[in-house]
Design a protein around this ligand. Sequence first.
Ligand code: ADP
Ligand code: MG
Ligand code: ZN
Length: 501
Amino acid sequence: MRRLQEVLRDWEAVIGLEVHTELTTLQTKMFCDCRICHDDPPNTNVCPVCLGLPGALPVPNRRAIEYIVMAGLATNCHIQRHSSFYRKHYFYPDMSKNYQTTQGPVAFCMHGHLDLEVRGQGAQERPDATADKNEDGSYVAPIRILRIHMEEDAAKMVHVGGSEGRITSASESLIDYNRCGTPLIELVTEPDLRTPEEARLFMEKLRRTFMALGISDCSLESGSMRCDGNVSIRRRGTTGFGVKTEMKNLNSFKSLHDALAYEICRQAEVLEAGGAVRQETRHWEPSRRRTMVMRVKETADDYRMYPDPDLAPFDLSDEFVQQCRDRVPELPDARRDRYMAELGLSRKAAEQIAGDPATARFFEQAVRLAPRAASMVANVVVNMLPAMQAVTPEQTASIAELLAAEAITFAQAREVLGLADGTNEDPRRIVDERGLRQSTDADALAKTVDEVLERCPDQVRQYRDGNKKVVGFLVGQCMKASRGTGNPKLFNQLLLKRLST
Ligand code: ADP
Ligand code: MG
Ligand code: ZN
């Protein structure tokens, strides 16, 4: 098959996503007060309501409605004051009521949008002629959101005794109703995405946003956030829609990207050979890097949807919507921009810290203690903390100040943090106790430089032959020789001086 970038020069991809998010941070289910905890023993968090026993009456979870309204506000949706729940009928053991309670034509959140900033290599998936690109090749893609509606999750089924857990060859199917009735929000985009990279960025941005709202643990891996990718292609320059296929099992950002890329190339091959794309649901197999037919689309879905007589329609008050608005925190992209503008962080560091609420909280706490060393705090948070267990914001602030004052080297900072990790020790004390101060003693450093130059005649020759980059290697050797205590800037200066004479 041809490569994606080549295919996308002749064909334009049209992609729409359907994203399900379980509101896992809620205590109780959507219509009953059973606990939400999938790890409990099977079928222990159940009651007549979520099992759908006759006569049981559902009561909507107010917090769940708050969460979906917050999700709508954070994605620029119109909050629909009047909406209602419908019954969507189907027969399958994972839904013992024989219908799923979901929203009808009008959802709580309608017509929103997210703007994607596409940069770097991913931006090249979109041919230059088709996007308003900036000088560096980056561009902004506005993606419309059709709706976000509320529904309930089904039970979890496990098929045993067969191959790859397939129901067709299983000898036994087990059902765990603990997940049944878990509040779920489904977001549907308009078919506005044009490249697999845009789809991935959309999903990443959505995940960052929902994480910041605290409405879900947003784990693609464990399935609390699930995404279906719909894709069709059309000849560049045309505007009609082609026949689409729908991809399931996209449980990582990479799978989402790669499955769409594969599918675009596959459809192009089919069409270029004079064939027709069939409307079908396909399953992504990451190990074989291909999609396989799961089922051919039913001709007409007949779910006999009608308003649920057990649930009164909603009329959300202005006051309620305002309360939800007040609960929406600063969102990750705004936070990233603020870190860059106000604290002078690099885009990469700002993005990484702002993208995770716990990291952002930690970072801001440390910056309050070391306000003049903010970018050094960011450096420590991004580069050193991932290897630590329980370093505090106070310790992080101390280390950042020591680094900013060039009192210690990065190697020393790492060592000190390792010692402080899990204790309440102040890194400054550890530094003093161990005499770990960074050496700026020019005579001592000069001696190290001489030793290193003597040991590395090859590199010295290379430098004199014009390979100036070799200095970096020599600085590294000096740092090693001084066991990480020498000031790298001074080493650099001393080396240049020696090498130029
Ligand atoms: P279905 O009836 O198959 O569920 P929908 O109209 O509900 O299809 O759309 C589901 C998703 O597929 C939406 O995200 C939508 O944007 C996207 N979509 C619809 N038509 C196309 C198309 N021709 N190509 C790609 N994506 C599409
Ligand atoms: Mg649909
Ligand atoms: Zn229940």
